[in-house]
Design a protein around this ligand. Structure first.
Ligand SMILES: O=c1[nH]cnc2c1ncn2[C@@H]1O[C@H](CO)[C@@H](O)[C@H]1O
Ligand SMILES: [Zn+2]
Length: 387
């Protein structure tokens, strides 16, 4: 076999991308609803604000409305998903379908986040919100298992950065630790809402030896990343894509990292990169120009994520398809991203290691061996491969 054919054999097909075991660290529960579910939940709860009531049109509406070039306008679309997630039944259903959809897409481990404080309008308590979502995830895992898929889903509790409930939500995350919640996050509009406003929450979680990630370096640049790491002590960066502003690429191809970029790489700080979402909010112009290409080459702890499957009209498989097209990534690259993500998850080390060694690596080995058993269609094929 020529090296060119070997390369081809290692370039994943769409079907292989879907079947490959994938790990997702950054996905919003309220950003991943099925359009048909939104329509049904709106009808059942009397929510009358939906811009479309036909599921297909509603799906297109979300994608187009979110395709605005601004994070603030992107976030406005969440009023409709959050609007129909105000009862126990709706939260159980959305969480169940989330786990089912991810499993169907070949995701084996996911950390899915949502902001409990946004789901209290129907009279639920914060605890009832968390318990409903956990119940849905467990049901979804069970249904996935019955359908021949294996997935494990952990919840991250998000506090909204413009609000003032971060400490309360951090305490909630701590209370439900080992009960389905694996960590904490802050999200919402970045500019004007620095993470240091919520230092009390982060300091509390550190004292409790708990884990957290912070949305930083998405709509706002290096100061936000610096604060998230050096003031707040984040374990991971939600997005972090603007770390690119601290990396100089010279005309001769040589690269110089600034102090912050060096710190992020040296300390193996995980970057929860979300290419499609970044294209919509203006953080990158195209997949080919997305910083993930350079960050992967420079061996940052880069991971691939969906952010909001509904608003960004995406899935883990779609994100990888875009990256395979843009950068020629192979199954080895996919495995590298997946192992990076698993290493960076918030579950205990022994469980991460078992996922890597017993699920992810064997999964990729199986896919990589498929060319050995491929069907040959004509004799001319084998003739060209003899050289
Ligand atoms: O990319 C993002 N950057 C910042 N905030 C976001 C992003 N995606 C979603 N949310 C916000 O997080 C809340 C809880 O899931 C969502 O309601 C949305 O307001
Ligand atoms: Zn996000």
């Amino acid at each position: 076999m020529t090296s060119e054919t070997a390369q081809k054999a290692n370039t994943p097909s769409s079907d292989q991308i879907r079947r490959a075991p994938k790990v997702l660290l950054h996905d919003h529960l309220d950003g991943g609803l099925r359009p048909g579910t939104i329509v049904e939940l709106a009808r059942a709860s009397g929510y009358t604000q939906l811009p479309e009531t036909d599921p297909a049109k509603l799906g297109v509406w979300f994608h187009e409305a979110a395709d605005s070039g601004s994070l603030e306008r992107y976030l406005e679309t969440f009023s409709h998903t959050v609007g129909v997630m105000q009862s126990r039944e709706s939260l159980v259903r959305v969480a169940r379908e989330c786990a089912e959809d991810l499993a169907e897409d070949g995701v084996v481990y996911a950390e899915v986040r949502y902001a409990p404080e946004q789901h209290l309008e129907g009279g639920l308590s914060l605890e009832e919100v968390v318990e409903a979502v956990n119940e849905g995830f467990r049901e979804g895992e069970r249904i996935a298992r019955e359908n021949g898929h294996r997935i494990r889903v952990g919840a991250l509790l998000t506090a909204m950065r413009h609000a003032a409930r971060a400490l309360e939500i951090a305490e909630l995350a701590n209370r439900y630790r080992d009960l389905g919640v694996v960590g904490f996050d802050i999200a919402g509009a970045e500019a004007g809402h620095p993470p240091t406003r919520h230092l009390d929450a982060f300091e509390y979680l550190k004292r409790e030896n708990n884990h957290f990630t912070i949305h930083a370096g998405e709509a706002f640049g290096l100061p936000s990343i610096w604060q998230a790491l050096q003031w707040c002590g984040a374990d991971r960066l939600g997005h972090g894509v603007r770390i690119i502003d601290d990396i100089q690429v010279h005309a001769d191809g040589s690269v110089k990292l600034g102090r912050l970029a060096s710190y992020v790489r040296d300390k193996r700080i995980p970057l929860e990169l979300c290419p499609s979402s970044n294209l919509q909010t203006g953080a990158a112009d195209s997949y080919a120009a997305h910083p993930i290409g350079l960050l992967r080459r420079l061996h940052f702890r880069a991971t691939v994520n969906t952010d909001n499957r509904l608003m960004s009209h995406t899935s883990m498989s779609r994100e990888f398809e875009h990256l395979v097209d843009a950068f020629g990534y192979t199954l080895d690259d996919m495995q590298w991203f997946s192992v990076n993500a698993m290493k960076s998850s918030f579950i205990p080390f022994d469980e991460r290691l078992a996922m890597i060694n017993d699920v992810i690596k064997p999964g990729y080995a199986e896919l990589k061996s498929e060319w050995l058993f491929r069907q040959t269609t004509s004799t001319s094929d084998s003739a060209t491969e003899e050289g």
